[in-house]
Design a protein around this ligand. Structure first.
Ligand code: NAD
Length: 374
C-alpha cells in the first residue's frame, strides 16, 4: 500500500538551501525504499522571496503551504536584508506564515543523544537519556496583548506597556495539544505527564491558566498525569533535575525562555528541531531552532540534522508516519555513534564531515536498517 503525502519545502536563506538538500535526499530515499511517496512544492521564503517577489512570503506561497499536509522550512534572514523595511524583512515572512496558518502551539523537544552527552554544559549524569518536550503557546500572551506601546508622560519620563492576556479558549487549545502529546508519549508502565507552568502566585492570567488546565485535565485527560509549577521554579528545576519532566506546557513568554534553556541542556544548536501546530488536521510548520547562519553559508559546514529531525517530527505529528519518523531518528543516533560529525559538534576521535557527507551517512544508516529488517 502506498502512502502519499503533500509537502511544501521552503529552504529560505543562508544555510537553508544546503540543509534542505539533505532533507530532500532523505525524501528521495524514502520514495525508493518504502511505501511512501510525496508531492513536493518548493518555494521561497524570507530574503530569497523578497529578492524574487518583493515580499518575504507571497500569497501564492502561503496558499501552497495551507494546501499541504506539512511545511518544512530551513531558516530566514541575513545581513543583506538588514536595511529592508520592517514589514518586508525576512523575519516578517516567518511571522506571517505562523499567523496565517494559525499555529498556536510550538513544540521543542530537548533530547540528549548519548553520543553527544559531553556537548552539554551539565554533568553527563544529569542529562543522560534526557527526553523532554516543551509546548509553548505561540500566538497570545504578552507579545500580542493590548494595550501596548511607549507613552511620553510629558515630565521627561516615558512609560513602556505590554499586556499579558489569555482567554480560556487559548489556554484550552494549547493544553489539548500538550495532554494529547503526553498521552502518546505514555507507556503501559508509565503514564504521560504534563507539567503546566505559570506564575499563578502573582499574575491573574497565571491563575486562570492553572484553573483552566486543571478543568481541562479533569474533563478530557484524566489518564494523563498533571502537575503545576511556577515558571521560575521550572527554570531552576530544568538545570537541577531535567529528567523529572516529560511534557511542559506554558505561555508564550515563559515558553520562549524555558525552551531556550532546555535547548541548551542538549548543547548544540545544529541538533534542535521544532514544530509549530494549529488545530488538529491542519498543516504544521517544521523547522530547525537555529537561524540562517550566514557566517558559514555555502561552505559545507552546516549541520543538517536539526532540519532532518524537524522532517521526522512532520512525519510523526502531521503525516501520521510514526515508524518512519523513528527510523530517521534512529539513523541520526547511529551516525552520531559512528563518530561522524559536522564541525559544530566535532569531538575528539570523531570524523569531521561536510553537510553533504552527513546526509550520505544518514542514508547509509537507513540502508542498514532496511537490510536488517529484510
Ligand atoms: P544562527 O542560529 O543563524 O547562528 C548562531 C551560530 O550558530 C552561528 O555561529 C552559526 O554558524 C551556528 N549555527 C547555526 N545553525 C547551525 C547549523 N545548522 N550548523 C552549524 N552551525 C550552526 O543565529 P544568528 O547568527 O543570531 O542569526 C543569523 C540570521 O538568522 C539572522 O538574520 C537572524 O534573524 C536569523 N534567524 C532566523 C531564525 C529562523 O529562521 N527561524 C531563527 C533565528 C535567527
Amino acid at each position: 500500500m502506498s502512502n502519499h503525502h503533500t509537502l511544501t519545502i521552503l529552504p529560505g536563506d543562508g544555510i537553508g538551501p544546503e540543509i534542505m538538500a539533505e532533507v530532500r535526499k532523505v525524501i528521495t530515499w524514502l520514495e525508493s525504499n518504502t511505501a511512501l511517496s510525496f508531492t513536493l512544492h518548493e518555494d521561497d521564503i524570507g530574503g530569497a522571496a523578497y529578492d524574487r517577489y518583493g515580499v518575504p512570503l507571497s500569497d501564492e506561497t502561503l496558499e501552497k503551504c495551507k494546501a499541504s499536509e506539512a511545511v518544512i522550512m530551513g531558516s530566514v534572514g541575513g545581513p543583506q536584508w538588514d536595511n529592508v523595511d520592517y514589514d518586508k524583512r525576512p523575519e516578517a515572512g516567518l511571522l506571517k506564515l505562523r499567523k496565517e496558518m494559525e499555529l498556536f502551539a510550538n513544540l521543542r523537544p530537548a533530547l540528549v543523544f548519548d553520543a553527544l552527552i559531553d556537548a552539554s554544559t551539565l554533568k553527563p549524569e544529569i542529562v543522560k537519556g534526557l527526553d523532554i518536550l516543551i509546548v509553548r503557546e505561540l500566538t497570545g500572551g504578552v507579545y500580542f496583548g493590548q494595550p501596548r506601546g511607549i507613552e511620553d508622560l510629558g515630565n521627561g519620563q516615558r512609560r513602556g506597556v505590554n499586556t499579558q492576556v489569555y482567554e480560556t479558549y487559548e489556554i484550552e487549545r494549547v493544553g489539548r495539544v500538550a495532554f494529547d502529546l503526553a498521552r502518546k508519549r505514555g507507556t503501559k508502565d508509565k503514564k504521560g505527564h504534563v507539567m503546566s507552568c505559570e506564575k499563578a502566585n502573582v499574575m491573574e492570567s497565571g491563575k486562570l491558566w492553572r484553573e483552566d488546565m486543571t478543568a481541562l485535565h479533569a474533563a478530557e485527560f484524566s489518564d494523563v498525569a498533571l502537575d503545576h509549577m511556577y515558571a521560575d521554579n521550572c527554570a531552576m528545576q530544568l538545570l537541577r533535575n531535567p529528567s523529572q519532566f516529560d511534557v511542559i506546557v506554558t505561555d508564550n513568554l515563559f515558553g520562549d525562555l524555558l525552551s531556550d534553556a532546555a535547548a541548551m541542556l542538549t548543547g548544540s544548536l545544529g541538533m534542535l528541531p521544532s514544530a509549530s501546530l494549529g488545530e488538529t488536521g491542519k498543516p504544521g510548520v517544521y523547522e530547525p531552532v537555529h537561524g540562517s547562519a550566514p557566517d558559514i553559508a555555502g561552505q559545507g559546514k552546516a549541520n543538517p540534522l536539526a532540519t532532518v529531525l524537524s522532517f521526522a517530527m512532520a512525519l510523526r505529528y502531521s503525516l501520521n508516519e510514526d515508524e518512519t519518523a523513528t527510523m530517521i531518528e534512529n539513523a541520526v543516533q547511529n551516525v552520531l555513534e559512528q563518530g561522524i560529525r559536522t564541525p559544530d559538534i566535532m569531538a575528539v576521535d570523531c570524523t569531521e564531515v561536510t553537510t553533504d557527507s552527513m546526509g550520505n551517512a544518514l542514508i547509509g544508516a537507513m540502508e542498514k536498517t532496511i537490510k536488517r529488517a529484510a
